[in-house]
Design a protein around this ligand. Structure first.
Ligand code: ADP
Length: 204
């Protein structure tokens, strides 16, 4: 848990109500948190889902692991502590996007249940809808795909602490959506996410 360091600070409330924001945006914001092994299909599905939502006139934005690690989180590595801080920051950012009325699609391996639960709790405390989407894929299938050649490197010992190889992945026990990308093709997975989003009563 990150500690509050600054003192003498006060939360400054705005005057815009949640209802006013929904009316303005035509939708309620929410976080759709994609978790799963590297190569499970998080980014691929997120890209397609974002495109479908934008094409329909909804407001959506992707937050993606590697992209964020090149900017906001460029000072973090893959140690357990850094992974926790990575997810904490992204959780805060995704909450802000969702609070602003955007459908935030966050794709992060996020291997530790405790870290994901902290993000879930943060959203609950702020009355921001949060949906955990488990992008499930067998290790065999992910390793077979190996879109970035990372499993090969991890097996060769060139990457240490790689999720699924020599670092743990704690599968979600209570995900709101569970996709199996080694069983369903991309098109089916995307359709399932869109159907799930549409079932949440987010659109005005
Ligand atoms: P991640 O973001 O989880 O690390 P990527 O999206 O980068 O994974 O890579 C997933 C790879 O698996 C891509 O090459 C994609 O084309 C392929 N793939 C095969 N089947 C599926 C599916 N059902 N859903 C998503 N991706 C799939």
């Amino acid at each position: 848990m990150a500690e509050q360091v600054a003192t003498n600070i006060t939360f400054h409330e705005g005057t815009v109500s949640a209802e006013e924001r929904v009316e303005n945006m035509g939708q309620k914001g929410a976080t759709f948190w994609f978790t799963g092994l590297s190569g499970s299909g998080k980014s691929t599905i997120a890209v397609a889902v974002e495109q479908v939502l934008l094409s329909r006139g909804n407001h959506a934005y992707r937050l993606d692991g590697d992209n964020i690690r090149m900017g906001l989180n460029k000072n973090l590595g893959f140690s357990p502590e850094d992974r926790t801080e990575n997810i904490r920051r992204i959780g805060e950012v995704s909450k802000l996007f969702a609070d602003a009325g955007v459908l935030s699609i966050a794709s992060f391996i996020s291997p530790y249940s405790e870290d994901r639960n902290a993000v879930r709790a943060l959203h609950a405390e702020n009355n921001v809808p949060y949906f955990e989407c488990y992008i499930d894929c067998s290790l065999e299938a992910a390793e077979e795909r190996d879109p970035k050649g990372l499993y090969k490197k991890a097996r060769a010992g060139e990457i240490k602490g790689f999720t699924g190889i020599d670092a743990p992945y704690e599968a979600p026990a209570n995900a709101e959506l569970h996709l199996k990308t080694h069983e369903d093709d991309l098109e089916t997975c995307v359709a399932k996410v869109i159907e799930f989003i549409d079932a949440q009563n987010l659109f005005a």
